[in-house]
Design a protein around this ligand. Structure first.
Ligand SMILES: Nc1nc2c(ncn2[C@@H]2O[C@@H]3COP(=O)(O)O[C@H]4[C@@H](O)[C@H](n5cnc6c(=O)[nH]c(N)nc65)O[C@@H]4COP(=O)(O)O[C@H]3[C@H]2O)c(=O)[nH]1
Length: 537
């Protein structure tokens, strides 16, 4: 079954996952910024509403007391010395910082500080807000210089005939441009709200659109516990966006940066976790090793007398990885003995169960130069050696500059004592040469496939016969690999120096154990290549 992790191997998919990670990173960062900004806005609104409420409480309390005292008296409809005195008394109540006055038909007739006015002061119609329940509120901003009060006052509130001037609530620091505020003193008993300052109707807008006082609403309301004082704040989203544009752009840029940072970390993580090396190291298990068997033809009997065991590794996505890619990694990670053990064990299981008991076969196993000095290596082949009637073993080793002659010769001797043959593989390439070959007492030489694959009249082609002669001269058996065509096959059989064994696609490609067993069962015989080719055609 395909391992789901195999999905992550493909670089295209890794890029897609990284792009998704970048998008998530971008939106998370943007969300955090937005959350932080919303929280900051929320805090600012709260701060101003609280401050507004705090600042309203003292003057409103004083005004209420004043109205109570004035309205308690029986006659209060016309100005008189006695009424002015009472206006003054109301003004001097504890915390009484207000100016009280008597208003008839929108005209101030007397005040606590000016007494009886010779000319009644017109409060003016535009300042009156009509409210549900019949209340009347004079809007702030009336110029009261004529009453002797310099500058602007926040509000004139009126109950019945009496009115009071409430100073603008003391707001330390101006509210931001995106926040409009309104303060009301709500006389619940009489259903009369006195608007004390701010933008008209915010309170009623809020009541209309947010009956439950929704937290995320663009208007917010804060009232004292007794419900008498309320401050309403309204947030202008357009103004807020304009105001926060620079921060917004910065947040976008930072979020994009963060997104690309997340993507780069995620890509690095995927590449680290799913690079071939990491995949192989985590999954070097027998189940992932696949073996192929390539037949080896004995030129004297023209029959298949042996096979080379060739390993592949099955990747997480089910694809097959060839030795040229995974062997260098296993060498680097010093896992070659473990790997060779798995190959030998698996080859034993497959060959001993799938081949008929009467089938005699030489099994050629590749080993790594890293295995050569390892004293544990010869012991790996014991199971094969217990069935000498079925299997003989040969170990193929490639010469490298890293391999010491002493170690190699020691291994060859130990293997020979156990009845195992040794082959020099890929002779003619890399580090291998005739001098080295003569010094090692191997049983056979496998000429590198580049000899057989070379065009007939090329230098390499000519060298093939020469290399065979030299190998024969020092008493080694010979194997020619890489025979792909009937012409090359025929040509090899006609050489003055006979080749002992032939291996290559012309005989058969490396195949799995079932196909190999079927191939052997056919009992093909290669009397000559042309005949074989015709038979196959
Ligand atoms: N073009 C062409 N190629 C042919 C022909 N006949 C065979 N070959 C290929 O040549 C390679 C022969 O194996 P090698 O020289 O031992 O070279 C092997 C061997 O050195 C190493 N190797 C394979 N399996 C193992 C293993 O289990 N252990 C170790 N240590 N090395 C292994 O990997 C090398 C490559 O193995 P493969 O990729 O299987 O490649 C194989 C085989 O598929 C042909 O007619 N034409």
């Amino acid at each position: 079954m395909r391992n789901p992790l195999g999905y992550f191997i493909d670089p295209e998919r890794q890029r897609a996952f990284s792009a998704a990670a970048a998008t998530i990173g971008f939106f998370v960062a943007l969300g955090l910024f937005a959350g932080f900004y919303a929280n900051t806005v929320d805090n600012i609104v709260d701060r101003f509403l609280n401050r507004a409420l705090e600042n309203l409480q003292a003057p409103v309390a004083a005004a209420s007391k004043g109205f109570e005292a004035l309205n308690a008296a029986p006659r209060n409809d016309r100005c008189s010395e006695e009424l002015v005195e009472r206006l003054r008394d109301a003004s001097f109540l504890p915390d009484g910082i207000n100016e009280f006055m008597l208003v008839n038909d929108g005209k101030v007739e007397c005040t606590s500080t000016l007494g009886l006015l010779a000319t009644p002061f017109e409060l003016g119609t535009p300042s009156i807000d009509a409210l549900p329940g019949g209340g009347r509120i004079y809007r702030f901003g009336v110029n009261l210089s004529a009453l002797g009060h310099q500058g602007q006052y926040a509000s004139i509130v009126q109950e019945g005939r009496f009115a009071a001037i409430l100073p603008s609530p003391d707001m330390p620091g101006a509210a931001p441009s995106w926040l409009a505020l309104e303060g009301l003193a709500w006389n619940a008993a009489r259903h009369v709200p006195y608007r004390l300052f701010g933008q008209v109707d915010l309170f009623f807008d809020h009541q209309r659109t947010n009956p439950d006082g929704g937290h995320l609403a663009t208007t917010r309301l804060l009232c004292t516990a007794d419900g008498v004082l309320c401050a309403t704040g309204s947030i202008s989203l357009a103004e807020l966006a304009r105001n926060g544009l620079a921060w917004g752009l910065l947040a976008l840029a930072f979020s994009a940066l963060f997104g690309s940072f997340v993507a780069s970390r995620f890509t690095a993580f995927l590449q680290r976790t799913f690079r071939l090396e990491a995949r192989l190291m985590r999954n070097l298990v027998p189940d992932r090793i696949q073996l192929c068997y390539q037949p080896i033809l004995d030129t004297r009997t023209r029959g298949i007398t042996g096979c080379e065991v060739l390993a592949r590794w099955k990747d997480l996505d089910g694809s097959i990885v060839y030795p040229d890619r995974f062997l260098p990694i296993l060498e680097r990670e010093k896992r070659m003995l473990e790997f060779t053990r798995m190959v030998v064990d698996k080859a034993w299981v497959e060959l001993s169960t799938c081949l008929p008991p009467g089938q005699k076969l030489q099994v050629n196993i590749n080993i790594s130069p890293q295995n050569v000095p390892d004293p544990a290596l010869p012991g790996l082949f014991d199971r094969f050696l217990q069935e000498p009637r079925r299997f003989t073993l040969a170990v193929e080793l490639v010469e490298t500059e890293r391999m010491s002659f002493e170690d190699a010769e020691h291994l060859i001797q130990r293997l020979r004592e156990k009845g195992i043959r040794t082959y020099i593989d890929d002779f003619g390439t890399g580090y291998s040469n005739l001098e080295n070959l003569a010094r090692l007492s191997v049983d056979a030489v496998k000429l590198d496939k580049s000899f057989a694959l070379a065009p007939e009249n090329s230098l390499m082609g000519e060298m093939l016969e020469f290399a065979l002669k030299m190998a024969k001269a020092i008493g080694r058996s010979t194997v020619v690999e890489g025979v792909e065509t009937p012409e090359r096959f025929d040509q090899l059989l006609k050489l003055s120096v006979p080749v002992d064994y032939i291996q290559g696609y012309f005989i058969a490609r490396p195949v799995d154990i079932r196909s190999f067993a079927a191939f052997l069962a056919q009992g093909n015989s290669w009397n000559n290549g042309a005949q074989q080719t015709q038979r196959r055609a």
